[in-house]
Write a protein that binds this ligand. Structure first.
Ligand code: COA
Length: 689
């Protein structure tokens, strides 16, 4: 007998003998919105008091168990009952309560399951507390109950990393009590019936103290220290460690109260707002103008890559890691072998570090096949050229691909700057053509700019978006312009840095201002790492110059690889300031009549970050990026913009667009440089308030 328990039908109850099956149905991911919490609470109260009900199973309809609190409700007044009240209610129920878990039990979903006496999971289920990724910690007892159930050390890892674990591991750890074999709900109901027949009392997680008492305090503190050391200025991972320590040191209810205090602090923090913004930004990025939901992706069973150099090899690894077979093509056998050896070496390093097993390495290598014969590309569904960044070279390669690719295969270029429409003209099927701009190292960096050419077909975009997500990338669709979104903005960011040097800042001053802001490195460290010769070549091709960088290159100082660049690298790695460069800069400044002065970190940020934002706004004005959050994704995932600041456009909004316009105008007036000329877009949005 099934009865609808809520006016919106989000929670229903079915009685199977003495077992009540409470089913939540709140698509797409059964988030614990108020519209679920209220009827769930009412249903649980009724079943608690119902003499005919001997046991209760909580389950979910659709693709997953509860994937968490409803993130859209954060920061708004919470309507009662909140999740903590629901869990407290569960703990008052004296008949066995069982969570039946499929899909992903995440965040508040897992916390609710921890409020049950037992958990039965589908074999493919995943369980985790990912709140840290949103700049939060579990705020409904997760940091107190999980350590009690599986031990503080493992709980600390799960909570501070946010990474879910598989059902089999959860079983081993005692997080779930049984894996379903015959069908989840049937098995969970049978499990509940057996427990009811055995009789109580049933121990709620709050009463289990053995694993808390058994923890090795020194080991816990060492683990906490390591996590705090790697927090990179983010508060949430640190707060997670504090909460787990509280779970060990404080009585249960005091630890719960302390967790609440930390949660309230985090949920109001700018960092968490930024991280929540990025969560929704990733989902928004999947929505592309002019492409409706009915457009289906083309199947991609094998990817072909031309060029086994650093970039091509990295792209090949990205697909092999994501489970997709790759055909790697090089012009000559020796270059191909070198490329394959480099890939094998990269995997071997991961194995030696313990981040990859030998078996996984072998699996990934088995997905890679190399050839010098273009004809092999005929079996590929997607073919990406990753050859030298030169229009003529790339056009030649694309024309050759066009000859062998099967009908319907997608052809892509991995150019970082070139005109994708011009490249599309070298194939006979421009509708099947797009840019795929990976970031180096392509097997590591998450960003993928998908460049939409004038004629790129909607299903090509849908295919590339879904494929990118399959292999763990963060894709953003962008339009055609020199350098697309990321590199075009990068150029703007760097447009005034040499002037900073001439006016009195050292490379180390600039880099320190950047790292203090939260960037992983400053521009001079980055250029030295990437090799100064690359941008020198680009400048020469475009007829441009850079006073200091050109001088360095003329001296053969190309950065780390030559031991000298903006810094000296006596041991090949550690950057040291160079008095010779300092005196050269001073001479140049004198020659140009620039009087040196002290330059503050604030000014350095002004003159680098504001041009970056300004260029981002021009990109939005031109429609090269569809939305501000797309620009943020590009910068957080491709260039190390600090996650806790949400990306340049989010940061600009927090700062106030009117302030940005004002500062830009100030610097524009002082320097006369176009990068500071505030865009019409910025001015218009600033006046909207
Ligand atoms: N609250 C509100 N909305 C949520 C949500 C949540 N906790 N989790 C997902 N959604 C929404 C997404 O925004 C998306 O909405 P859209 O279709 O309008 O863009 C939709 O649900 C589907 O999510 P998506 O991530 O695209 O689906 P997926 O199948 O790839 O992944 C999850 C599903 C559950 C793994 C993933 O959504 C996720 O990790 N969610 C967050 C889990 C979390 O952090 N929980 C803790 C919160 S306290």
């Amino acid at each position: 007998m099934a009865e609808a328990a809520s006016s919106e039908n989000k929670v229903s109850v079915e009685h199977r003998g003495g077992v009540a099956i409470v089913a939540i149905d709140n698509p797409p991911v059964n988030a614990l919105s108020f519209s679920v919490r209220k009827p769930l609470h009412d249903a649980l109260v009724r079943l608690r008091d119902d003499a005919a009900t001997a046991a209760i199973v909580v389950t979910c309809a659709g693709r997953t168990f509860i994937a968490g609190a409803d993130i859209t409700e954060f920061g708004k007044p919470m309507q009662d009952p909140d999740l903590r009240a629901l869990i407290a209610l569960l703990e008052t129920i004296e008949k066995p309560t069982v969570a039946a878990i499929h899909g992903t039990a995440l965040g508040g979903g897992l916390e609710l399951a921890l409020g049950c006496h037992f958990r039965v999971a589908d074999k493919a289920a995943k369980l985790g507390l990912p709140e840290v990724k949103l700049g939060l910690l579990p705020g409904a007892g997760g940091t107190v109950r999980l350590p009690a159930l599986i031990g503080p050390l493992m709980a600390l890892d799960m909570i501070s990393s946010g990474t879910p674990i598989a059902a089999s591991e959860a079983l081993e750890a005692g997080l779930v009590d049984a894996l379903a074999t015959d069908g989840l709900v049937a098995d969970a109901a049978a499990f509940a019936a057996v427990k009811a027949a055995e009789g109580g009392p049933f121990s709620s997680v709050r009463l289990r103290r053995d694993k808390i008492e058994a923890v090795d305090g020194e080991q816990l503190e060492a683990r906490i220290k390591a996590i705090v050391g790697k927090a990179k200025g983010l508060r949430a991972p640190v707060a997670c460690t504090e909460a787990v320590r509280n779970a060990v040191l404080l009585p249960f209810d005091e630890a719960l109260a302390a967790e609440r205090t930390l949660f309230v602090e985090l949920v109001a923090s700018d960092q968490s707002k930024a991280q929540r913004h990025l969560f929704f930004a990733e989902r928004e990025a999947a929505k592309v103008e002019g492409v409706d939901k009915s457009v289906k992706p083309r199947p991609i069973h094998r990817v072909g890559i031309i060029g086994a150099g650093t970039m091509g090899g990295g792209i090949a690894m990205a697909f092999a890691n994501g489970g997709i077979p790759v055909t790697l093509v090089e012009a000559a056998e020796d270059a191909l072998q070198r490329g394959l050896e480099r890939i094998e070496k990269n995997y071997a390093i991961s194995v030696s570090r313990g981040s990859l097993s030998e078996a996984a390495k072998a699996e990934r290598m088995a997905r890679l096949s190399g050839t010098t014969d273009y004809a092999s590309l005929a079996e590929c569904d997607l073919i990406i050229e990753a050859v030298f960044e030169d229009m003529v070279v790339k056009k030649g390669v694309l024309a050759a691909i066009d000859k062998v690719a099967k009908p319907g295969a997608i052809i892509a270029t991995n150019t970082s700057y070139l005109d994708v429409n011009a490249l599309a003209a070298s194939v006979s099927r421009p509708q099947d053509f797009a840019g795929m701009h990976f970031f180096s190292p392509a097997n590591i960096m998450k960003l993928l700019e998908i460049v939409r050419g004038r004629e790129t077909a909607p299903d090509v975009l849908v295919t590339l978006l879904s494929l990118a997500r399959t292999v763990g990338k963060v894709p953003v669709v962008v339009g055609v312009c020199h350098g697309f979104v990321g590199n075009r903005m990068l150029t703007a960011r760097g447009a005034d840095v040499e002037a900073l040097l001439l006016e009195g800042a050292s490379p180390a001053d600039v880099d320190k201002a950047f790292t203090d802001f939260g960037w992983p490195m400053g521009p001079f460290q980055m250029w030295d790492l990437a090799g100064l010769d690359i941008s020198w070549r680009n400048r020469k091709a475009l007829g441009k110059t850079a006073l200091i960088a050109d001088w360095l290159c003329e001296q053969g100082r190309f950065g780390q690889k030559t031991g000298r660049g903006f810094y000296l690298y006596a041991d090949g790695r550690t950057a040291q300031s160079d008095p010779e460069l300092a005196s050269h800069i001073a001479d140049e400044a004198k020659r140009l009549g620039i009087a040196p002065r002290a330059i503050s970190a604030e000014e350095i940020i002004d003159r680098t970050l504001y041009p970056l934002i300004n260029e981002g706004s021009r990109i939005l004005e031109e429609g090269i990026a569809a939305r501000e959050s797309d620009v943020d994704l590009v910068w957080v995932n491709g260039y190390g913009f600090p996650i806790g600041k949400g990306g340049p456009m989010f940061w600009a909004r927090q700062k106030g667009l009117a302030t940005i316009v004002e500062r830009l105008a100030y610097w524009h007036q002082k320097t006369g440089k176009d990068v500071f000329h505030p865009s019409e877009w910025l001015k218009a949005k600033a006046s909207e308030g």
